[in-house]
Design a protein around this ligand. Structure first.
Ligand SMILES: C[S@@+](CC[C@H](N)C(=O)[O-])C[C@H]1O[C@@H](n2cnc3c(N)ncnc32)[C@H](O)[C@@H]1O
Length: 400
């Protein structure tokens, strides 16, 4: 397993311990099972020789957990700097912002919404967004988001920029147009976007990286940041950047830093000034959730993969752990229902019902609850669930 860890370390800088060695091992076992391989040496040879398998392993192992306005103080600080600092110094030209890693788009779209809310002229900024995960980027281009993407109490932005659709909330095309997405690996040799940025958001990536690779990643970020630029990282990542040539911009809870004055890249303007930002209303909650790698979501992803591979016992164990850590996650209960159903366990209906309770328009849970009830002779209730399922059935694209 160490050799496989080493491949991942070299390719994406991953520190396997950051996501949990047991999670790493489970992904490995699953990939081996999918290729009918029994020993890790054979799998290592496959991984080393197949870029497709490497991509699949990376896709399964990365934590793409994210949500809109994650760490609100960062977006408030950013909008203030953009409007009152950058725009007042630059009467022409484009302000460039990079979100890397952007995952499924919540971060770069939050950047766009923060600028639009601040009244920043839309023709004066460009946002690039990069991530290694093709699945996450596909979700970004779909731009329809479920409840997990909206957390905390301050969701007014959702009324302004989203419309409710059957399977979640669809983001306004005006916001979508502000962001250009691209798939790439920050840690690949020769990585370059060909431009330099006024602001870079590199949040919740460094925490997953091997120590030496944190330095490599920050070197690349540094080379993309303009001398006067500002880097935003997750609060737990601030100690890492201040060890690698950045100084805190001293903006409360924003995770903002600038290049060290002594650095050849840093500008003459010193910006260690404090910004007068409104006091955060709920900083502790957001900082805690920002700082902690979300193993739970990655557990559910892996549980699904085990389920798809027919490994019901393993999938059930992970799903149970996921539910324990995420008591309000409808997806977790739905998957547990499927797993119980697959094991012919009469308790499946309890999980379907719980999923429906948490997410009343959960189409698949309604359908499976109906099938379960029908199978168990409760035709009247089955029909009621079927009717509900029909009402919330997602429409095919050409019907929309
Ligand atoms: C936890 S998400 C962070 C998303 C967002 N920045 C935030 O803070 O909410 C981490 C993301 O890093 C991406 N990632 C991991 N290694 C990467 C690499 N070497 N290059 C680009 N993206 C990477 C993953 O695919 C995942 O979407």
């Amino acid at each position: 397993m160490q050799r496989i860890e080493a491949i991942l370390r070299k390719e994406i800088g991953l520190n396997a311990a950051s996501i949990g060695l047991s999670v790493f091992e489970r992904v490995l076992r699953l990939r081996m099972k999918l290729h009918n391989l029994n020993n890790t040496e054979e799998y290592q040879t496959l991984l080393a020789n197949s870029s497709g398998e490497l991509d699949a392993f990376i896709e399964a192992i990365v934590v793409t957990e994210t949500w809109f306005m994650r760490g609100r103080e960062a977006f408030a600080a950013f909008a203030e700097l953009a409007l009152n600092d950058w725009l007042s110094r630059n009467s022409v030209g484009l302000m460039r912002v990079l979100s890397l890693p952007c995952s499924s788009g919540e971060e770069p779209f939050s950047i766009a919404m923060a600028l639009l809310d601040a009244g920043f002229p839309v023709e004066r900024f460009a946002i690039d967004a990069v991530d290694i995960s093709a699945n996450a980027l596909a979700r970004a281009s779909n731009a329809i988001y479920g409840n997990n993407s909206f957390r905390g109490k301050h969701l007014e932005f959702r009324d302004r920029y989203f419309v409710k659709v059957d399977d979640g909330y669809a983001l306004s095309p005006d916001v979508q147009r502000c962001v250009a997405f691209r798939r790439d690996n920050l840690l690949r040799g020769g990585f370059s976007l060909g431009v330099r940025y006024d602001f870079i958001f590199c949040r919740n990536l460094l925490i997953y990286l091997e120590r030496a690779m944190q330095g490599v990643a920050l070197e690349k970020i540094r080379s993309m940041l303009l001398p006067d630029g500002v880097l935003f990282v997750g609060p737990a990542e601030m100690p890492i950047v201040t060890e690698c040539g950045f100084v805190s911009a001293r903006i409360s809870h924003a995770g903002a830093s600038r290049l060290k004055p002594s650095s050849p890249e840093s500008g003459n303007r010193r910006s260690n000034r404090r910004l007068a930002l409104p006091k955060p209303q709920n900083p502790v909650h957001e900082i805690e959730s920002q700082g902690e790698p979300d193993k739970a979501v990655s557990l559910l992803v892996i549980a699904r993969q085990f389920a798809d591979a027919g490994l019901i016992a393993e999938a059930s164990e992970l799903c149970e752990r996921h539910i324990k850590e995420n008591e309000t996650c409808a997806e977790g209960y739905y998957l547990m229902g499927l797993l119980r159903d697959a094991g012919k366990d009469a308790g499946a209906i309890i999980y379907y019902r719980k999923a429906i309770y948490l997410q009343p328009n959960h189409h698949e849970a309604l359908v499976h609850a109906a099938l379960w009830l029908e199978k168990n002779g409760d035709v009247i209730r089955a029909d009621a669930f079927k009717r509900r399922a029909e009402r919330v059935r997602p429409k095919p694209l050409d019907e929309k």
